[in-house]
Design a protein around this ligand. Structure first.
Ligand code: AP5
Ligand code: MG
Length: 214
């Protein structure tokens, strides 16, 4: 099963993608996580991506398309994968089409997690991410057992640099301009699945599972 997650920043793509990956035994590939790992490790890619991310803009297509094409061609993706945060522009969606065609397959579902902007702003301010393993929490909706400490690896939880209110507004603007058109793109292909992302995490996952029906 080959899926992509669509949705505004903070809609819950990462939260749901992790659950789907675990339930269906497929790798979860988040381009945002890949960039953050590269920034943390001080790689050339990380250095190039950082300024765009900190400003809430998109990293240029040429830095992300080949990276994803290589990743989904790896052995662990043979039975499927879930892409989270890619594609984000029409050229990226076209590059993904070409990459999956080369592998002799197609995107089976585009899961659109639908959440209005007003809900997003509250979610982002409360999100905390682990500096060690990248696990995410929410101070109100999904708190860790001990405040400020990751349940999984025991490292510190922080507010992501791009979750500051002014950057969130820019990310939302970029989403509406560049990524929202992908909803039409995948609807025309007949693979769009829209779920109500304002409900609880488990309810959203329940709706996804029911609609996947596999
Ligand atoms: P990326 O890391 O992909 O960020 P994003 O799309 O802005 O999405 P987020 O990770 O912020 O939100 P999410 O939808 O995963 O929500 P989450 O599950 O965490 O990208 C970061 C940057 O990298 C981009 O801005 C760009 O610069 C660059 N980039 C990445 N990919 C790129 C690409 N393809 N092309 C170009 N540039 C790229 O949930 C949010 C919070 O809400 C959490 O605290 C969570 O606990 C909580 N929550 C989740 N679901 C619920 C619920 N149902 N109810 C209550 N709370 C909930
Ligand atoms: Mg995410």
């Amino acid at each position: 099963m080959r899926l992509i997650m669509l949705g505004a920043p903070g809609a819950g793509k990462g939260t749901q993608a992790k659950k789907v990956a675990e339930a269906y035994g497929i790798p979860h590939i988040s381009t945002g996580d890949i960039f953050r790992a590269n920034i943390k490790n001080g790689t050339e890619l990380g250095k190039k991506a950082k300024s765009y991310m900190d400003a809430g803009g998109l990293v240029p297509d040429e830095l992300v398309c080949d990276l994803v094409a290589d990743r989904i061609a790896q052995d662990d993706c043979a039975k499927g994968f879930i892409l989270d945060g890619f594609p984000r522009t029409i050229p990226q969606a076209e590059a993904l089409d070409a990459a999956v065609a080369k592998l002799g397959c197609q995107v089976d579902y585009a899961v659109n997690v639908d959440v209005p902007d007003s809900v997003i702003v509250n979610r982002m301010g409360g999100r905390r991410a682990c500096v060690g393993c990248g696990a995410t929490y929410h101070i109100e909706f999904n708190p860790p057992k001990t405040e400020g400490i990751c349940d999984v690896c025991g490292k510190e939880l922080i507010l992501r640099d791009d979750d500051k209110p002014e950057t969130v507004q820019n990310r939302l603007r970029v989403y509406h301009e560049q990524t929202q058109p992908l909803i039409d793109f995948y609807e025309k292909k007949g693979v769009l699945m829209t779920v109500d992302g304002t409900r609880s995490m488990d309810e959203v996952f329940g709706e996804i599972k029911e609609k996947l029906g596999e």
